[in-house]
Design a protein around this ligand. Structure first.
Ligand code: ADP
Length: 366
């Protein structure tokens, strides 16, 4: 087991930067997920850790040793990809033990390690089968088994679930988490799916355009995003961003969204937001769950307002409601029994304790 350190790591493809100098400290036993939109540099980063891509600048260390010039096979890492590349003519046992046989590990030791891994993954019954006799989820387990038996310092996962159907993906996500709880191997996992990132990671690394936007525990990223990009990327449906002007009256601040709607800023934010009064590039950020039906009993820091709903989307446990403020479509989440209907008026409550104020000219959350 080992920690992984990236120092000012750069990757250029010809003249084009794919990774622009990232720093990251991954602790021993930690489960780190790199997440971001397509093309943000997450696979390149993973492949540089694996040694499959040369790094253009900076330093990568595994277990304290700089590995810049160490070939992949000597880095003591195991990779699981989206196409599991199992050998079709070999049994599950043979697939899982192949790497160990190449390394001339003793037969008893191989048997012990494969059996242990099979037990962890609950595939003991499948050891004699060929890959074509397995379901997608079972193949995924075998691919993980092949990584586990090698007992590497680090597991690297590159979108391992993207070939599975939605239901299986959710199931395998839980499996991967359980496996990590058992083996505790330091893991770096790449996905474009923010829900996968949130559910699996000890810490999530959000990447965008070759840089790290923010690193944090899932709930910290969700509740205290530092940039508009992270605020909008994490969470589904996405956070609403509404253009506003900050106004000050009698020592209190209000965020004005339209001629008829202004939201009172909680007093605890006054000092922090006051320098931004009058700026023209401000946005209020409010997650859909912080725009809900009027509660039965009064609550602090709620602002009630009435809207005309454009569309409603019943989801079962909640209903999504859409309305427009000054041309911006806003999404709220209300109780399915709250009486929301397409084209109907509804009184809603904005939870201002959970508002964010963003400077759209810098992309920073204030
Ligand atoms: P992600 O995994 O986040 O989708 P990648 O790390 O694969 O992104 O790619 C980052 C950027 O580098 C993209 O702009 C991509 O087009 C570019 N890129 C990736 N691999 C190569 C390559 N072999 N040659 C040239 N450009 C590449």
């Amino acid at each position: 087991m080992a920690q992984v350190t990236l120092r000012k790591v750069v990757k250029m493809y010809d003249e084009t930067p794919a990774v622009r100098g990232i720093d990251l400290d991954i602790a021993d036993k930690e489960f780190i997920v790199l997440v971001g939109p397509s093309g943000c540099g997450k696979s390149t980063t993973l492949r540089m850790i694996a040694g499959l891509e040369e790094i253009t600048g900076g330093e990568i260390a595994i277990g304290g040793d700089v590995v810049n010039d160490v070939p992949p096979k000597d880095r003591d890492i195991a990779m699981v990809f989206q196409n599991y590349a199992l050998y079709p003519h070999m049994s599950v046992f043979e697939n899982m033990s192949f790497g160990l046989r190449l390394k001339k590990v003793a037969r008893d030791e191989i048997r012990r390690r494969v059996n242990d891994a099979a037990r962890i993954l609950d595939i003991t019954e499948l050891l004699e089968r060929k890959p074509k006799q397995l379901s997608g989820g079972q193949r995924q387990r075998v691919a993980m088994g092949r990584a586990i038996v090698r007992d590497p310092k680090v597991f690297l996962f590159d979108e391992p679930l993207s070939n599975l159907d939605a239901k299986l993906r959710v199931q395998m996500r839980t499996e991967i988490k359980k496996v990590h709880q058992k083996v505790r191997t330091t893991t770096v996992y790449v996905t474009h799916d923010q829900i996968e990132a949130m559910t699996l990671a000890d810490r999530v690394v959000v990447m965008n355009g070759g840089v790290i936007e923010q690193v944090g525990a899932p709930n910290d990223l969700y509740h205290t995003p530092q940039t508009k990009f992270v605020a909008g990327f994490i969470g589904s449906p996405a956070m609403n961003f509404i253009a506003c002007r900050l106004e000050e009256a009698a020592g209190a601040l209000r965020a004005r969204l339209s001629d008829t709607l202004s939201l009172p800023v909680p007093a605890s934010r006054t000092a922090r937001y006051k320098p931004h009064v009058g700026k023209s590039s401000l946005l209020v950020g409010l997650r859909p769950e912080h725009i809900r039906e009027e509660p039965r009993h009064p609550e602090p820091d709620l602002h009630l307002f009435e809207v005309m709903l454009d569309v409603t989307e019943p989801m079962g446990m909640e209903t999504l409601v859409y309305f427009t403020i000054e041309g911006t479509e806003i999404c709220g989440r209300v109780n399915p029994n709250a009486g929301a209907a397409d084209g109907a008026k509804m009184r809603l409550a904005a939870e201002l304790a959970n508002m964010h104020l963003i400077d759209d000219s810098t992309g920073k959350v204030l």
